[in-house]
Design a protein around this ligand. Sequence first.
Ligand SMILES: [Zn+2]
Length: 406
Amino acid sequence: MNKNILILRNVRMNGELHDLTIDEDAGIMTAIGQTNEKALPTARIRTEDACGLHYMPAMTDKHIHLDKHFLGEPWKPLQPFVTLPGQLAFEKAMLTSLPTNALERARRMLLLLLSQGTTSIRTHVDIDPVIGLAHLEGLLQAKSEFAGRMDIEIVAFPQQGLLRSGSIPILKEAMRAGADYVGGVDPAGLDQRVDASLEAMFEVATEFGAGVDMHLHDPGHLGLYTIGRFADLAEEAGLAGRAAVSHAYCLGQINEAKQDRIADKLRASGVAIITSVPIDRPMPPVGRLLDASVDVFVGCDNILDAWSPFGNGDLLARGSRLAEKEGWIVDEDLLRVAPLIGAAALTPKPGDAASFLLVPAMNPMHAIASAPPREAVYTRGRLVGGRWHEDRTRARSASGTEHSLS
Ligand SMILES: [Zn+2]
């Protein structure tokens, strides 16, 4: 059978123009550099000119919610955040008023993320005794529908508080049903029993051989104590590389000596920090953590939901915000962002998945600093986003051959 080969000419990387040869059936890049089309005699070959657009690897969003946004809905005014229990009740009421279910909302968000170059995600899905597994089931269906385009890790997230809402049994059901990670939230602020809440998370993780990713908004030394205990339990459970604390605002509220001590502990226990790069509150000292060899990742978190009207799912813009917030202006500092948002190395090699973006930028530093529009987004050799994709969708629509991409 003839292979389908796409040759993208004049793709900029490392200051030079290259041809990218893509096996569209296998979804991988087979050659980077000049291509001899005669060496591909049994292939159906298409050639396109990237006209000097710059290559960037596809991105990984390590913290996003697919099930609770209002994308595609009429505008919903929010209320000021007064207390966490009050906010949780407000969110519950808003979600139950939506005409869509979690599957429909997940599809909308996944298409938005793909269109901007994110091809793998870790998503937190609400579970509790009232909604049960309804949201998780929608997400599992979405995961199956988007297989091959979007890699999805699912965290079972007891948004109402693991102990506070009596969610341990439903958490176990979620793990049985196919969630990948155990979630948790504010062992002090919500559950008001730090050790018991943390121990419950790790007991469930151990029972199901899963990792743990906990939301932590608890401030100052309360949060610091919680992270220390989390790291101890992760080490005891052998979860190095599979345990993460999301948000961890408290790390931005303590002095540098304490930051260094907790960074050593995080590195030793293999616990990662995941940040949405907030600009309205303290955030973890990302440069300091990286200097201490702690794993750090970035996610967009909430987008247009009961918690925040902000955000658009553009992880490249979020990485740019990180560089700006950290004051990273020299080249080597700007490049620190790349592995925090990238799903692969800046320079591909033959055999890599053909998942990448093409952007108008001089080099990766410029792309990170400017977060330019996506001209093209490919996931496993398939064009799924950017202006090229929009133009072709419009053209197909005009010729009456449009088919659903969802
Ligand atoms: Zn979150």
